[in-house]
Design a binder for this molecule. Structure first.
Ligand SMILES: C=C1C[C@]23C[C@@]1(O)CC[C@H]2[C@@]12CC[C@H](O)[C@@](C)(C(=O)O1)[C@H]2[C@@H]3C(=O)O
Ligand SMILES: O=C(O)CCC(=O)C(=O)O
Ligand SMILES: [Fe+2]
Length: 370
C-alpha cells in the first residue's frame, strides 16, 4: 500500500496543479495505519475515516414577485403593498435567524444564468497557463491557497475574482470575448437585485431604502467565478473553500446542482440542498455590524466532492473603501470603521495567522461568559 496521491486520469492541461503543489500539505490528513485494520481506503489508496454527511437543509425560500412583478408601474395598490410587507418581513426574519435564504422570481432571467454557466465552463477549460499568465479577466485568476500552512487553511478550488469596473473592458477577455456581454448583463442584474435587498433590509431597521446605495461602488463590488475540481483527497477536512464569513454587505450566489455548500445553523454544520430555480443570498459582515448583530453574517464553507466538479458564481455587494460603517442604532456593538480598514485587517490576519478574524476585532466590548 502506498501513501502517494495520484492525479485523476481524466485530468487535462486545464486543471491547476493542486495535488502537485499541495499534496504534501494534505498528506497531514492521511496517515495510513501500520496494520491493515478496519480503516477504509479511497480509489487512490488513501486511508480515510468515514465521512459523515451533515443533515441537508432547505434554506428559507422567499418569493420576490411582490417586488419584481410589474416593477415599471409607479402606482402600488394597497394589496400589493401588504404583499411587499409580508415578503420584507420574511427576508428580515431569515437574515436574522439564518443569515442565508434563497429567492425565486428574483427577476434574473434563467436563460442568462444558463448562458453564464456555459461561458464559465468554457473559461475554466482554458489551459492552466492561459488562465494564470495571460492577463485574462484583469489577472484575477487564483487557485489553491498559497498562504496555507495546514490542511484546515487550504481551499481546493480555482476562481476569477473580477471588480465590476473591469467587466466591460474588452481588453480583459482575449479569446473569450463572448463572455463579456454575459458578464455585463449578469453583473447589472445581480447588482439591481442586491441593491433592492439591502434597501429592504435597511427600511425594516427604520432607515431610508437608499441608505446603502450611495455607499456602494463598482470598483469594490465584484463577481467571483468559482470552480471546485473533483478532489481525490477524501476527508472531513478538505475544503473546496475554507470556512469563512463574507467581508461585504451582501452576497448573491448561483450554484449548480452538485451541492457542497454548508453553513452553520445553531452551531451545527448543515448542507444546503441545491435548488436550480433559486438564487442564494447571504448577509455579509458589514450588514451584521451596521445592524448591531440583528442580521447575521454566518460562517459557511464548500466541501470537496471526490467525483464531480462544481461551479458557482458569486456577486459581492461592497461599499467604497472610504465608507464609514456605522450602526443603525445606539448603543453600538461595534466601533465605527471604514471598509478599507476592515479589508486591511482581514488581509493582515490572514497573512499572519492563516485565518480571518473579522468582526470580533471591531467589537467594543467582549461578551462576558455568564
Ligand atoms: C483566507 C480568506 C480570504 C477570504 C476570507 C478567508 O478567511 C477565507 C475565504 C476568503 C473569501 C473568499 C470569497 C471572497 O472573495 C472573500 C472576500 C470572502 O469573503 O471570503 C474572501 C476573503 C477575503 O479575501 O477577505
Ligand atoms: O461556491 C459557493 O457555494 C460559495 C462561494 C463563497 O462562499 C464565496 O465565494 O465567498
Ligand atoms: Fe462566501
Amino acid at each position: 500500500m502506498t501513501n502517494s496521491l495520484k492525479y485523476p486520469k481524466s485530468g487535462s492541461n486545464s486543471s491547476p496543479p493542486l495535488l502537485q503543489n499541495y499534496g504534501e500539505l494534505l498528506q497531514q490528513l492521511h496517515k495510513v495505519p501500520d496494520t491493515d485494520n478496519a480503516q477504509a481506503h479511497n480509489d487512490h489508496g488513501i486511508a480515510v475515516p468515514p465521512v459523515l454527511a451533515p443533515a441537508e437543509c432547505q434554506l428559507p425560500l422567499i418569493d420576490l414577485s411582490p417586488y419584481t412583478r410589474g416593477s415599471n408601474r409607479s402606482l402600488i395598490l394597497e394589496g400589493e403593498e401588504l404583499e411587499r410587507q409580508a415578503c420584507a418581513a420574511n427576508i428580515c426574519r431569515a437574515s436574522s435567524q439564518w443569515g442565508f435564504f434563497q429567492v425565486v422570481n428574483h427577476g434574473i432571467n434563467h436563460e442568462l444564468l444558463w448562458r453564464m454557466r456555459r461561458e464559465q465552463a468554457r473559461l475554466f477549460e482554458a489551459p492552466f497557463e492561459t488562465k494564470a499568465n495571460s492577463g485574462l479577466l484583469n489577472n484575477s485568476y487564483r487557485w489553491g491557497t498559497p498562504s496555507a500552512t495546514c490542511p484546515a487553511q487550504f481551499s481546493w478550488s480555482e476562481a476569477f475574482h473580477i471588480p465590476l469596473t473591469k467587466i466591460s473592458d474588452a481588453a480583459c477577455y482575449g479569446d473569450y470575448i463572448s463572455l463579456r456581454e454575459v458578464m455585463m448583463e449578469l453583473a447589472a442584474a445581480m447588482s439591481k437585485l442586491a441593491r433592492m435587498l439591502v434597501g429592504i433590509l435597511a427600511e425594516r431597521m427604520g432607515h431610508q431604502k437608499g441608505a446603502f446605495d450611495s455607499m456602494c461602488e463598482e470598483s469594490t463590488c465584484f463577481l467571483r467565478l468559482n470552480r471546485y475540481p473533483a478532489c481525490p483527497v477524501l476527508s472531513h477536512d478538505t475544503f473546496g473553500l475554507v470556512p469563512h464569513t463574507d467581508s461585504n454587505f451582501l452576497t448573491i450566489l448561483s450554484q449548480d446542482q452538485v451541492g457542497g455548500l454548508h453553513l452553520l445553523k445553531d452551531s451545527q454544520w448543515v448542507a444546503v440542498k441545491p435548488n436550480q430555480e433559486a438564487l442564494i443570498v447571504n448577509i455579509g459582515d458589514l450588514l451584521q455590524a451596521w445592524s448591531n448583530d440583528v442580521y447575521k453574517s454566518v460562517e459557511h464553507k464548500v466541501m470537496t466532492n471526490e467525483k464531480m466538479e462544481r461551479y458557482s458564481i458569486a456577486y459581492f455587494l461592497c461599499p467604497s473603501y472610504e465608507s464609514l460603517i456605522g450602526n443603525c442604532r445606539e448603543p453600538s456593538v461595534y466601533r465605527k470603521f471604514t471598509f478599507g480598514e476592515y479589508r486591511h485587517q482581514v488581509q493582515e490576519d490572514v497573512k499572519s495567522t492563516g485565518r480571518k478574524v473579522g468582526l470580533p476585532h471591531f467589537r467594543l466590548q467582549q461578551t462576558l461568559a455568564s
